[in-house]
Design a protein around this ligand. Structure first.
Ligand code: ATP
Length: 466
């Protein structure tokens, strides 16, 4: 089972402290969200899993953390200044403003039952291009209009990687093929954000640029497509809720040779199966466009430099073949927030207890669970039981995120931990003081097992690693 719709996750996320609407006490700010104590742990666990899998476990990928604000020229030569835009339409009747290619996803403000553009009264203007980059100014400028101080918040993390290709190559002494990975915030002034954390104006990306010889690019591209399906599987996302989408030649960015998106079933409530899926991540073969465009050497037919501002040439010299060329780039680009949403939706389960009450269980993979173990005293008015429970929490903590909770009856405490995805509860009772053992309760089966305190850490570590 997975969540029947995004709204189920919105309400769980707010109720239990995963995600809150941003600026809520001032009426909110369209499609901005804050991550609460459990949300930030879940996000960190996802990012750590990605980083460990790519940067630590492989031997061919370096990490990077580049600036959010870069020289404006980065965005000139990447093409973002001229072309990073969406087609925008206004409705003269309802005064709504929509992204033309996403009309089916948004309702008309005048008549909520209608999709924008499908209502009888809709009267749409001709589309015009709207640049998605957030503008800002750098330094103590006299006016916001001062073009010389204009800068942008990065709309993707990728460009920070391309412009550092030479630095990483020289300092790491890498040979092709190798990759550079980065996780960080990106900003897009989306025309129609929405669907909770699916599309927001501020979000986080996990991007990796893998540099290789042109002839190896198609094979490596396919390996990353297969690899990412496996990574999502390791996060507990079921294969039936994922789909591959091959971009058509008309959809491909001008520099891309092939792009495959991995889609997740974010909208299971929709009748049309195809419309149930939307993009979780994209994996593109970007050819040699990026390193070439940021390089000072390439020239046009008349011998004029294509980039007259760059001071470096980002080509690669292969000593084995004595060739100099611009490497091809395979880019797997995933959203942290869309991964969080997919993980939460897929983990959502309901189970009926013996009293006929429906309980929510978040069946998160232990690796992702914000809390791995909750230690609960059965009687909080018994100092010896409380002391033992607190000691256990302390002993387990270095090995696994453990919390102590005595704020309710045991049934309520179990239900609370199930709902936030804690794999195990450890209950300390009167007998524990006699037999030096505790009860370990499994989140998914609700089965309970008596485990001796001396074995507890090893027992939990083994079960958490499964
Ligand atoms: P879309 O077509 O949905 O606008 P995109 O193809 O423009 O997405 P990319 O530029 O390929 O997205 O960015 C890589 C990843 O970053 C996406 O697959 C997605 O997970 C994430 N992402 C992009 N835009 C947003 C956004 N506005 N909010 C949240 N995540 C985003």
């Amino acid at each position: 089972m997975s969540a029947p719709n995004i709204e189920t996750i919105v309400s769980l996320a707010k109720r239990r402290g995963f995600v809150f609407p941003a600026s809520e006490i001032y009426g909110g700010l369209g499609s901005s969200w804050d991550y609460g104590s459990l949300g930030v742990e879940l996000a960190n666990n996802i990012k750590q899993s990605w980083w460990r899998w790519l940067v630590h476990e492989r031997d061919d990928i370096e990490g990077l953390d580049s600036s959010i604000i870069q020289n404006r020229l980065v965005w000139k030569y990447s093409g973002h200044e001229a072309t990073f835009s969406d087609p925008l339409v206004d409705c003269r009747t309802c005064k709504g403003r929509f992204r033309l290619d996403k009309l089916q996803d948004v309702n008309c403000p005048k008549d909520n039952a209608h999709h924008a553009g499908s209502g009888k009264e809709c009267d749409l203007t001709e589309p015009r291009e709207f640049n998605l980059m957030f503008r800002t100014t750098v330094g103590a400028v006299s006016s916001d209009e001062d073009e010389s101080a204009l800068a942008y918040l990065r709309p993707e993390t990728a460009q920070g990687i391309f412009i550092n290709f030479g630095n990483v190559l020289n300092t790491s002494r890498r040979k092709l093929p190798f990759g550079i990975a980065q996780i960080g915030k990106a900003f897009r002034n989306e025309v129609t954000p929405g669907n909770f954390i699916f599309r927001t104006r501020e979000f986080e990306q996990m991007e990796m640029e893998y540099f290789c010889r042109p002839e190896d690019a198609p094979r490596i591209h396919q390996e990353f497509i297969d690899g990412f399906l496996e990574w999502f599987d390791s996060l507990g996302i079921s294969r039936e809720n994922l789909k591959l989408y091959e971009q058509s030649p008309e959809e491909l960015a001008h520099y891309a040779q092939r792009t495959v998106d991995i889609l997740y079933r974010y909208f299971p409530e929709r009748d049309d199966e195809d419309k149930q899926f939307d993009e979780l991540m994209g994996i593109a073969n970007r050819t040699d466009f990026d390193l070439r465009t940021h390089s000072k050497k390439p020239e046009d037919r008349e011998g004029k430099r294509l980039n007259s501002d760059s001071t470096d040439d980002l080509s690669y010299f292969d000593p084995a073949t004595n060739e100099r060329f611009y490497p091809y780039v395979i880019e797997p680009a995933a959203g942290v927030n869309r991964t969080i949403l997919a993980v939460l939706m897929d983990a959502y389960t309901e189970k009926t207890n013996e009293k006929g009450e429906v309980r929510v269980i978040l069946k998160l993979k232990p690796e992702l669970a914000p809390i791995k173990v909750a230690v609960l005293p059965l009687a909080k008015n018994k100092p010896e039981i409380v002391a033992l429970a607190k000691q256990l929490k302390k002993d387990l903590l270095p090995a696994m995120r453990t919390v102590y909770d005595d704020t309710g009856g045991i049934g309520k405490l179990y239900a609370r931990q199930d709902e936030i995805g804690t794999p195990f509860c450890v209950t300390v009772d009167h007998e524990s003081l006699e037999d030096n053992a505790v009860t370990v309760r499994d989140r998914d089966t609700w089965a309970q097992e008596r485990v001796s305190i001396s074995e507890l850490k090893k027992y939990l570590q083994e079960r958490l690693s499964k």
